[in-house]
Design a protein around this ligand. Sequence first.
Ligand code: GLY
Length: 334
Amino acid sequence: MKRRNFIKKASATSLGIVAVSSTLMSFDEKSEDKKAVILSTLKPIRPLVIATWNTPLAVETAAKILQNGGSALDAVEQGCIIEEANEKNQTVGKGGLPDRDGDVTLDACIMDNKGDYGSVLGVKNITHVISLARKVMEDTPHVMLVGEGAEKFAYEKGFKKENLLTESSKKAWENWKIKSEYKPIINIENHDTIGMLAIDKKGSISGACTTSGLAFKMAGRIGDSPIIGGGLFVDNEIGGASATGLGEEVLKTVGSFLIVELMRQGKSPQEACEEAIGRIVNKPGKDFKNFQVGYIAVNKQGETGAYSIHEWFSYNLFKDGENKNIKSDYFNKA
Ligand code: GLY
């Protein structure tokens, strides 16, 4: 039997469900055709949650929702809420490091399996901006609300006003002001923007992303996190991707959209993340030594990928009933 026909007849069990992409790489015939055949016979991994950085509680919260039959959309929202409420995390939600004027401003976005999207940008005084982004998606005719408009909308929707600047973030800002040197910090406390992707039991994919943005940024600065295709992109037919790190570099390469499109063209999530990092570091004259970008991705089958410029990016992955923190592979091994 020709190898091509064998693949068509093979069952999911005999092929197994792991290492789909590496299996495909060894084929010498038309790989796209074969990939379509194999993917259609394999049992997808679900439910599944993947999130940037060491975020066990956030991922566990999302996973429980999925295991109980909840939607990927509810899972990513509730997962992100955990980190937004965690005052010790100085890169997300309450307790986030402020801009150079001492104001904590938050960005967030959410995207569902229907391709709908909502985001809020530069929001003060509201902790759970991921839920606010969801309200924008579900309760308004718009996709983005910024600053005072977003805050006004939050109060209309019953969100409470909170002081987001904790004592420890205030101290960090006062120390920063002594020199006022603006420099992105690589792997801030091995933490940064939380990007989360989930596949529910029905196979629907959703994603969410929430951040306080760069520490000591200029007032009004917005990064990649709330921008569709930058910090997050989901296409329920293909998969999803999310970013962390220096948002300016993610935006210049439309990183998350790029990863999903590369997966659409047949790349594995890992290959797609690596190529997206390559688009940043291979720009002529790009000095990537002083900034970090990390990506996570998942495809419809539940294959995952992660890659960063520098060492120490990690991600939490829940699959097959286990929630693990995994160190990402990275580009700069010099
Ligand atoms: N990735 C977060 C930011 O640049 O704002």
